[in-house]
Design a protein around this ligand. Structure first.
Ligand code: SF4
Length: 153
C-alpha cells in the first residue's frame, strides 16, 4: 500500500471522531503531566491528520511493520483497557499516522517521564533517553518510533 493510500484511509477513519474530539487548543501551559502532554499531542496530530494532504506520498508502507504496530496496540489495550474499543481505535490511527505518515516520534519532544527519561530534539533529529529501556518491554512501540536511542544527555 502506498503511504498516500494509508493516509486517505486514516483520514476517512477519523471522520467518526470529529464530533467527539474537543477541537479547541485551550490548554493550560502549566500542566506538565505526561497524561496532559499526551492529550495535547494526540489532539495536535488529530488536527494535522484531518486537515492535511499527503497525496504526493507514493512510496510504499511496510505492511508487516504496520500490522505489527497495530497488533502491539491491540494487545496492550486487551490487557489494560479491554472495554475501551473506541479509544483504542483512535490511538491506533494516531500512532499509525505519526509513525508512517508524519514520521514524528510517538511521544512529544519535551516530555519528561517520572524517572527523568525524556525526549528532545537536536537539529533535525529526535533523541529519547528511555528508548533502550522501553524497547525491551512487551507491546512497546519504541521499535517503530523514529527517536534515536540516547542514554546520555
Ligand atoms: S522511543 Fe519509545 S519512549 Fe521514546 S519517544 Fe519513542 S515511543 Fe516514546
Amino acid at each position: 500500500m502506498k503511504r498516500s493510500e494509508l493516509f486517505l484511509k486514516l483520514q476517512k477513519g477519523m471522520e467518526q471522531y470529529k464530533s467527539k474530539v474537543k477541537l479547541n487548543d485551550n490548554f493550560d501551559e502549566k500542566d506538565k503531566s505526561v497524561q496532559y502532554i499526551m492529550s495535547r499531542y494526540n489532539l495536535e496530530n488529530f488536527n494535522d491528520l484531518i486537515n492535511s494532504s499527503y497525496e504526493e506520498l507514493d512510496d510504499e508502507v511496510d505492511e508487516k511493520e504496520l500490522k505489527d504496530l497495530e497488533n502491539r496496540i491491540d494487545e496492550y489495550f486487551t490487557l489494560y483497557s479491554p472495554d475501551d474499543e473506541e479509544f483504542r481505535e483512535f490511538i491506533k490511527k494516531i500512532s499509525v499516522y505519526i509513525t508512517f505518515i508524519a514520521k514524528k516520534p510517538l511521544h512529544p519532544p519535551g516530555i519528561k517521564f517520572s524517572n527523568g527519561i525524556m525526549l528532545y530534539k537536536k537539529g533535525d533529529t529526535y533523541y529519547c533517553t528511555g528508548k533502550s529501556l522501553f524497547i525491551k518491554k512487551k507491546h512497546s512501540l519504541c521499535k517503530y518510533c523514529i527517536a534515536q536511542m540516547n542514554n546520555i544527555m
